[in-house]
Design a protein around this ligand. Structure first.
Ligand code: TYM
Length: 409
């Protein structure tokens, strides 16, 4: 009965006419062409990454910002200036991100925060912790504990294939790490004591019918933001700051974390948010593993990629060739064009495609062909790298050990 009621409530959020963005549901408002990210910034109270911030990033890193920044894909933040200040004054900081292992394979959308995290690790030369929330996925999905735990290791291979530095990266399954490091559980307890059920309901929309595991879970996702959760890596110091790259759906967890951090004597973690890699069906919702027709998976064959794009990728083109040539295509709506903004790195080529498509000189079929070749190259390279990730490599990334770390000067 409780299960049925919980499903009805998720269904109500899914069906809502209003825009809804939570860690579990993301869709645009009725009649909107896509998610309204300005509205989210206002609603969540984060900051837009503006021109000044871009310049600051460029001057601190000494290089042109990543194309995810230049194109507004990472568009919002909290306290990013604090992280840049720490870096400029040689104070240590670390990166924290994660994955909820709910499916055998990750999809292209999941790559976005991991590709960006890899860029951040490279430019700042900092340690990274990656949380695999097998506990979360057991609580939320129809999975056994054993299966969720197994998927954490499978997904870790995709994450490792993104190219993280083995000397500087610790990937952990919650189930394993909880039974390894008492400081993890101690910080979870501290966090749990700071948040009431009422507050958790307000932040996450929990209902009385939800199991108690869900209500206490946010503390588990919160505490990797605190350096003392990893004493082997950071010692007992509370003074190591944390930056969290993620899509904006994870923000509720970190709003809660930032709220409790000062009460526990920790720095508030800084956050950098990406927009969503949209579903094949259009920019009104995000690519999601729970709807396989919305997604291109990292395990898809080259033919599957081609067929999915040809069959499902929503077109911003006109109904007939004549109309298209007269009025041009709509790149805001066109999924193939939108996907290219994420994965075609060449700025000039992208600008050219936009011009050609909007003028009607380029047809939907040609645009799809461009995208198919970009994605086939991306996914096949990923698959090659993943094949080279042996069990021993996974074991090393996932063993709790000291990491190379630039200590405070
Ligand atoms: P999960 O597994 O749902 O997603 C993993 C990461 O991918 C992002 N993401 C997307 N980004 C762009 N476009 C999409 N369509 C898309 N779908 C998902 C998510 O925002 C996330 O960054 N509870 C988390 C796991 C987690 C975590 C963290 C994530 C634990 N600690 C710290 C980020 C930071 C989850 O289930 O993520």
């Amino acid at each position: 009965m409780a299960e049925e009621q919980a499903q009805t409530e998720v269904k109500q959020q899914e069906d809502s006419e209003e825009q809804v963005v939570t860690p579990w549901v993301a869709h645009a408002g009725e009649g909107q062409t896509g998610i309204d990210y300005e509205k989210l910034i206002r609603q969540f109270g984060s900051q837009r990454i503006d021109g000044d911030m871009m310049q600051r990033i460029e001057s601190v890193t000494g290089q042109k910002p990543h194309h995810f920044l230049r194109r507004g894909i990472f568009f919002s933040h909290r306290d990013l200036a604090g992280t840049l200040d720490a870096y400029s004054s040689n104070k240590p900081f670390y990166l924290y991100t994660g994955r909820g292992p709910s499916s055998e394979s990750m999809h292209l959308g999941h790559l976005i925060p991991f590709m960006f995290t890899k860029y951040l690790q490279d430019v700042f030369d900092v340690p990274l912790v990656v949380q695999m929330t097998d506990d979360e996925k057991f609580l939320w999905k129809d999975l056994t504990v054993e299966e969720a735990h197994r998927l954490a290791f499978e997904n870790a291979k995709d994450i490792i294939a993104c190219g993280f530095d083995i000397e500087k990266t610790f990937i952990f399954s919650d189930i394993d790490y909880l039974s390894t490091e008492p400081s993890f559980y101690k910080n979870i307890l501290r966090a749990q004591k700071c948040v009431t059920v009422n507050q958790a309901k307000g932040i996450f929309g929990f209902q009385d019918s939800d199991c108690i595991g869900k209500i206490s879970f946010p503390a588990v996702q919160a505490v990797p933001s605190f350096s003392t959760t990893f004493p082997k890596i950071f010692g007992e110091s509370k003074d190591v700051q944390c930056l969290i790259p993620c899509a904006i759906d994870q923000d509720p967890y970190f709003r809660m974390t930032r709220d409790i951090a000062p009460r526990l004597g920790f720095h508030k973690p800084a956050i950098i948010h990406s927009s969503f890699f949209p579903a094949l069906q259009g920019p009104q919702s995000k690519m999601s593993a729970s709807d396989p027709t919305s997604s291109i998976f990292l395990t898809d064959t080259m033919d599957q990629i081609k067929n999915k794009i040809n069959k499902y990728a929503f077109s911003g083109g006109r109904d007939t060739k004549e109309e298209h040539e007269e009025f041009g295509g709509n790149t805001e709506l066109d999924i193939s064009y939108q996907y290219l903004t994420f994965f075609l790195e060449d700025d000039e080529k992208l600008t050219h495609i936009k011009k050609e498509y909007e003028s009607g000189r380029m047809l939907t079929g040609e645009l799809k062909k461009e995208l198919i070749s970009v994605l086939q190259a991306l996914v096949s390279k990923h698959q090659e790298r993943r094949k080279k990730v042996t069990d021993d490599i996974v074991k090393t990334f996932m063993s709790y050990r000291p990491l190379t770390f630039r200590a405070a000067e």
